[in-house]
Design a protein. Structure first.
Length: 383
């Protein structure tokens, strides 16, 4: 109780000094902006891990430090490290056990006071925290000794150390004592592994921490210099002739050509793939006065001239039929079959092929540049 009274008196004294410093600081205009800025914090307090034992018997000291900053008056972040000692209790034998721990978290900070206020300089700020991190616990000798003595039978009593997650949410009351110093009271609820207190309850262990600390703020940005006094100005207008390129585009006719090859397996005459047929059909749709030449071949390495001419003719017919079926006018198609009398490619297997050549009139955009001018008026200050 003596320690608690001492902390309360110290907080009241620091708060009184802070109010005086704040009142003095607000009498003159600041030459810096309160946000963004960075801070370093130190704090101390107590914590309790909830279990089935008397809460008043499980309060242990807590110390911590943080480093962070505000991106703007509302949102900030910090790296927060805290811990020291935790305590658990066994109700059946009315005994407690101690162990050490440290928690490292990355927290997101939301300044609720600035969120709902147009003004961003306040004596009191209410902050909301949320974060995740890792919890490291060690020195669980007390619980292991109880197990060894047969007083307890907790199978989840960890030895050596325990590494687990930590998720947290909490609030802080921050009091601006001066430009670089703030006093804060913080309360946090932490969710840890179910093994944290060596007991299993099919849900995460919860730890409540409360601490009082100081935040040392730095890296403020200077305010922009005040504008110079307004002086009487004299302006005149100047007219200039500005020449520029007026760019337009026109369609001009061009002769386009599309050549494609359809290859076949041995003895097959069906056109593959269909995508080649579709490509030819699309070309015809987009051009005028089209002409299509369809010529099929057979490879010399297989069959004989009579059979190869037959395959060649079938391939030509199938391609022409596929084009007509797809909507191409048959009158613009010229068809030939070469058999194996002509080998368009050096590689034997490539000569089982239908080569289609399509020509047609298309258009392209041609840039036209014309020199033009305009009159521009420019106002300029004489003095």
């Amino acid at each position: 109780m003596t320690k608690f009274r001492f902390l309360c008196m110290a907080a009241a004294l620091m708060l009184g000094c802070g109010q005086a410093a704040w009142a003095q600081g607000t009498t003159t205009e600041k030459n810096y902006k309160s946000y963004p800025h960075m801070f370093f914090g130190l704090h101390g307090g107590g914590q309790i891990t909830f279990t089935d034992y008397k809460p008043s018997k499980l309060i242990t000291p807590l110390y911590g430090a943080s480093l962070g900053g505000y991106f703007n008056p509302v949102v900030g972040t910090r790296l927060h490290v805290s811990g020291y000692q935790a305590k658990g209790g066994v109700r059946a034998i009315n005994e407690t056990y101690d162990y050490k721990y440290v928690t490292t978290d990355i927290d997101v900070i939301l300044n609720l006071t600035n969120l709902f206020s147009k003004k961003h300089d306040h004596l009191f700020n209410v902050l909301l925290f949320g974060g995740v991190g890792l919890n490291y616990a060690w020195d669980n000798d007390d619980m292991l000794a109880l197990n060894s003595a047969g007083k307890t039978h907790y199978s989840q009593a960890w030895d050596d150390n325990l590494l687990s997650h930590n998720a947290r949410v909490g609030m802080q009351l921050d009091v601006n004592l001066a430009k670089h110093v703030g006093l804060n009271l913080e309360v946090m609820a932490n969710s840890l592994s179910d093994k944290f207190n060596s007991k299993m309850s099919s849900r995460n262990d919860w730890q409540l921490t409360a601490s009082l600390g100081l935040a040392f703020k730095f890296a403020y940005k200077d305010k922009k210099a005040q504008p110079a006094p307004v002086v009487e100005e004299v302006w005149e207008t100047r007219k200039d002739t500005v020449w520029y390129d007026d760019v337009t585009y026109k369609n001009v006719p061009v002769q386009d050509k599309l050549e494609s090859q359809i290859y076949y397996n041995i003895s097959l005459s069906e056109p593959k793939p269909q995508a080649k047929i579709n490509e030819i059909v699309e070309f015809v749709k987009n051009h005028k006065n089209c002409k299509i030449s369809v010529t099929s071949y057979a490879d010399k390495g297989t069959g004989n001239p009579t059979i190869n001419m037959k395959y060649s003719e079938e391939r030509t017919k199938n391609v022409v039929d596929a084009l007509v079926k797809a909507g191409v006018d048959k009158n613009i198609i010229t068809a030939e079959s070469k058999g194996d009398s002509v080998q368009p490619f050096a590689e034997n297997d490539k000569n089982r092929v239908t080569i289609t050549v399509v020509t047609g009139e298309g258009t392209k955009k041609e840039k036209v540049v014309t020199k033009k001018f305009r009159i521009e008026e420019t106002r300029y200050r004489v003095k």
